[in-house]
Design a protein around this ligand. Structure first.
Ligand SMILES: Cc1cc2nc3c(=O)[nH]c(=O)nc-3n(C[C@H](O)[C@H](O)[C@H](O)COP(=O)(O)OP(=O)(O)OC[C@H]3O[C@@H](n4cnc5c(N)ncnc54)[C@H](O)[C@@H]3O)c2cc1C
Length: 558
């Protein structure tokens, strides 16, 4: 039997498993999971999250595993739902739930897949509390060094290895007194006292941070009219939080739109493929032109309002954010939330938002083809628009920010481009310098999210020493064949690191931080689905049809 290892049982590993068990030939699959409970993934694990942290993906958007999230929730008992803090009547396919609830759902789906796979004749070994510490590429196979929870180590040999190791969490969160390099695990930042706290980042991770800290010092409560308020404990009167980012903007509220997505008319996959086929010269401007005409056709009023006809790659984000930058952030957030709620109730779609949301998926396919200059322009000027548009947050998250602001516990500070954040060894926390203004905070949390990693950051020493896995190449200049290594990991279309020696090529790198350089939107459960299914297909093609596996025919997985 073909021996396959999946390292990591988060969403990407789960979708890879789903793809693999469709195999007609029986497979020997081993899933290694560092944490004691397999199938939850890092952002959805109770060891990392506060119960209050909400997922920003609704059931309707999650590619089906075995059941939908809504189907799984509806089948839970009254007691189970109560333990999750969910009312039966509030289950809906566009609702948002705590991330730990998603973790329970994902784990249940994972174990259902394991049962289905075994019933179909595969051998599936789930090794929880097993950390893969090294990957060694042989000529024909791959050896994994595995450390189990009891401290023992072993070497195990496989034909194919899927690296679905996901997010990269720092081992130590509070690296110096009052200085937290990540908002996770939530249990660490909940220890912050009732002091002045700076949170760097105003997106979902920043919201996670302020909601966790606020939860440790008080409660969120709804009044009779349904308005959410926040009350700090008497002993926590000193709690004052400031969220900081360059623009000082808060994220927008989740907006209603038709799902599955309606087709685009001008910025289509075919149009993008034609632009890519013409070569890298001027590609970003061609992409921008497709983006511009689609947006203008989708929402002419919006196009006129922002002067889209005159927009360029360099100045589009300025036009996109201008109204928001001119408004006080909490006033804007309250207005935007009211509009989003109204649109959700009336099933109304804001066309410009929907067009940008759909276009980010089409444009993503062209990013790996940009030359060095255009890739830099894209990251510097254009990417932010798409991230802002798709990383909208649950309405309740905005309500919490507004409640904290009304309770005088939360402010937002725009840092601009010229600022400094300094640690002072004598005192906990940081000093923030903004021109001639200075702000002192007794605690600091970096909530800027997952940063891209490169080949030299791979957590497997032999892979680094063998130097066979390289940084991704980007076309430099017009000359055919002139490339520069610019970051991430160099992978082919099936996410196999491009290896030029005679080492085994059956390693698949679908670990998000190593892909972000060339695939900046590859975040979220929908991406985990695309990655997992893609590598499973590649493995099944490479493994080739062997003896038929009658059991696989019985699988009714969609
Ligand atoms: C805080 C946060 C919140 C997010 N919220 C959302 C959201 O609400 N909606 C959404 O769509 N996306 C969200 N995302 C995006 C997220 O990338 C994906 O949803 C998803 O978790 C990616 O799945 P994954 O399996 O690739 O990685 P992960 O979920 O990180 O899973 C990787 C797994 O691999 C295991 N592992 C790692 N290294 C090893 C090793 N050496 N040996 C054995 N096991 C190992 C880990 O323990 C983990 O279980 C969020 C991301 C973050 C960081």
């Amino acid at each position: 039997m073909t021996r396959i290892a999946i390292i990591g049982s988060g969403p990407t590993g789960i979708y890879a498993l789903k793809g693999l068990i469709r195999s007609k030939a029986p497979l020997a699959i081993t899933v290694y999971e560092e944490s004691p409970d397999a199938g939850k993934g890092t952002p959805y694990h109770p060891a990392v999250n506060d119960r209050a942290m909400l997922a920003n993906i609704a059931s309707i958007e999650i590619p089906i595993i075995v059941e939908t999230l809504v189907g799984w929730l509806s089948a839970r008992s009254f007691d189970e739902l109560q333990a999750m803090g969910i009312e039966h009547g509030a289950i809906g396919d566009r609702e948002f739930y705590p991330r730990v609830v998603l973790g329970d759902y994902l784990a249940a789906q994972f174990w259902s897949l394991v049962a289905l796979g075994m019933a179909a004749g595969h051998s599936i070994d789930v090794c929880a509390s097993h950390k893969v510490t090294d990957i060694r590429l042989g000529e024909d196979d791959i050896t994994l060094a595995v450390q189990s929870g009891d401290g023992s180590s072993s070497d195990v040999v496989f034909d194919h290895v899927v690296m679905a190791t996901g997010h990269d969490w720092p081992a130590n969160t509070e690296t110096s007194p009052g200085y937290f390099v990540s908002p996770w695990p939530a249990s660490a930042i909940r220890q912050i006292g009732p002091v002045s706290v700076a949170v760097l980042g105003t997106s979902l991770s920043g919201i996670d941070a302020v909601v966790s800290i606020a939860g440790a010092h008080g409660i969120f409560l709804r009044d009779e009219e349904g308005m959410l308020g926040y009350q700090a404990a008497k002993s926590s009167d000193g709690l004052k939080m400031t969220m900081m980012s360059r623009k000082g903007l808060l994220p927008e509220a989740d907006f209603y739109c038709p799902i599955p997505y309606e087709p685009l008319t001008l910025c289509t996959q075919d149009a993008m493929a034609r632009a890519i086929a013409e070569g890298p010269a001027g590609l970003l401007d061609k992409i921008f032109e497709l983006f511009r005409i689609e947006l203008a056709a989708a929402d002419p009023d919006y196009a006129g309002h922002i002067g889209l006809a005159f927009a360029t790659v360099e100045d589009f984000s300025g036009r996109y954010f201008r109204d928001r930058e001119e408004a006080p952030p909490f006033a804007w957030a309250a207005r935007n939330l009211a509009e989003a709620k109204l649109n959700k109730a009336g099933r109304m779609t804001v066309q410009w938002r929907y067009a940008i949301l759909r276009m980010h998926e089409v444009i993503a396919a062209a990013i790996p083809h940009l030359n060095t200059e255009d890739l830099d322009r894209f990251h510097r000027h254009f990417k932010t628009v798409f991230v802002d548009d798709y990383a909208t947050v649950p309405h309740e998250s905005i309500e919490r920010l507004l409640a904290l602001h009304r309770a005088k516990r939360l402010k937002v500070l725009g840092l601009g481009e010229d600022y400094g954040i300094e640690k002072n060894d004598a005192e906990p926390g940081v000093t923030v310098k903004l021109g001639d203004r200075t702000f002192r905070f007794a605690a600091f949390v970096d909530a800027t999210g997952q940063h891209p990693l490169s080949a030299s950051d791979l957590p497997f020493p032999s892979l680094r020493q063998q130097k066979v896995v390289k940084e991704a190449k980007t076309r430099a200049g017009e000359l055919e064949g002139s490339f520069k290594r610019t970051g991430g990991v160099d992978v082919d279309d099936d996410f196999r690191p491009i290896i030029t020696t005679n080492a085994c090529r059956n390693l698949y790198c679908v670990s998000v931080p190593f892909l972000l350089h060339k695939l900046p939107f590859v975040q979220g459960i929908t991406s985990a689905h695309q990655l997992g299914i893609k590598v499973a297909k590649a493995i099944l093609e490479a493994a080739g049809p062997k003896e038929p596996n009658a059991g696989a025919e019985l699988l009714s997985l969609r």
